[in-house]
Design a protein around this ligand. Structure first.
Ligand code: NAI
Length: 334
């Protein structure tokens, strides 16, 4: 059996880390047919737009995509390809596991968190306008439908993965209506899952509590913006962005990508850590029900980390992206 997957190399370090991940996935023996499609700055030159229709069609057809980071200009320029992809394909659940990895130096140990972020609305609706010169309005959309759906995703995940507690993160003391609606939906869904504990925390306090002791949380359930910020914060517990994998999941498809961006500061230098995308690849294997292969990939990453002789610069080593890929691929086959 062969899986046809849309492969989006992306911008900056994207092509380097994606090539590394493809190398490791091919070492599992699981057969992939990669449909390579452009997106991001890389696509504008040839196709005139950052998200060409052919790329969307490919993901719609294959239902599974493996994506490198894409660059989004700050304050102006085109809209984020990620936001477009997540909305157009209705990939409503962003799943970001944050787990302490062997051998990685960090002030934190035994971190084992699951961050579930709503992916389609909130302040990412892109509804911004100038009211009068000097006054800008940016609209935050929260709906009962999307909030209920993401809460159901989180509690179903908890039930099927033996998680004990879901904590909703909010600012309903200030945004009483929007975050209030989000919390109402979470509470209603929580009642359907009596075996999973449910509690709530205000987002600023959550950040402080996380930095003090991330092990006091199990699963975090957040709206889009808080989820974006808090998941980067959580990546800091496990060695940084080079180590944090992710998945965007919907009813009709799934897209796997690391939490990190295109890292223009280190692009094209063979310095990027490919482990986050390789671990995202393991999540993709799990999604395809290739659990044994997924476990082999994770085990190979852990072994390379534990040995500590082949590490990229962000982890204190001197190895290049390609060397790490070869070392992990060798453990997968070995
Ligand atoms: P970034 O994640 O690209 O980089 C932040 C810092 O982490 C940089 O110092 C970078 O060198 C380092 N870093 C990131 N990934 C690394 C890796 N694999 N190995 C070693 N070091 C790594 O975030 P930044 O600078 O805020 O964003 C750069 C661009 O990426 C922006 O255009 C942004 O919009 C885009 N972006 C795209 C994402 C996606 O496509 N999913 C997600 C986040 C940002």
């Amino acid at each position: 059996m062969s899986y046809t997957v849309t492969l989006i190399p992306g911008d900056g370090i994207g092509p380097e880390v994606m090539a590394a991940a493809v190398r490791v996935l091919s070492a599992t023996g699981v057969a992939f047919e990669w449909e390579t499609e452009p997106a991001g700055i890389a696509a504008i030159g040839e196709h005139g737009v950052p998200l060409p229709p052919r790329t969307l069609e490919s993901v719609r057809r294959n239902k599974v995509a493996f994506k490198g980071p894409t660059e989004t200009p700050v304050a102006g320029g085109h809209r984020s390809v990620n936001v477009e992809l997540r909305k157009k394909l209705d990939l409503y659940a962003n799943l970001r596991p944050v787990e302490t990895l062997p051998g990685v130096k960090s002030r934190y140990t035994d971190v084992d968190l699951i961050v579930v972020r709503e992916n389609t609305e909130d302040l990412y609706s892109g509804l911004e306008h100038v009211v009068v010169p000097g006054v800008v309005e940016s609209i935050k959309i929260i709906t009962e439908r999307a909030s209920t759906r993401i809460a159901l995703f989180a509690f179903e995940y908890a039930r099927t993965h033996g998680r004990k507690r879901v904590t909703s993160v909010h600012k309903a003391n200030i945004m009483k209506l929007s975050d209030g609606l989000f919390l109402d939906c979470c509470r209603t869904v929580a009642k359907q899952y009596p075996e999973v504990k449910y509690d709530e925390i205000i987002v600023d306090n959550c950040c402080m509590q996380l930095v003090l002791d991330p092990t006091r949380f199990d699963m975090l359930l957040l709206e889009n913006l808080y989820g974006d910020i808090v998941s980067d914060l959580c990546a800091g517990f496990i060695g940084g962005l080079g180590m944090a994998p992710g998945a965007n999941i919907g009813e009709h498809g799934a897209l796997f990508e690391a939490v990190h961006g295109s890292a223009p500061d280190i692009a094209g230098k063979n310095l990027a850590n490919p482990m986050a995308v390789i671990l995202s690849g393991a999540m993709m294997l799990d999604h395809l029900k290739e659990h044994a292969a997924a476990d082999r990939v994770r085990h190979a990453v852990h072994t390379v980390l534990r040995e500590g002789t082949k590490l990229t610069r962000d982890l204190g080593g001197t190895a290049g992206t390609t060397e790490i890929a070869e070392a992990i691929a060798a453990k997968v086959t070995g």
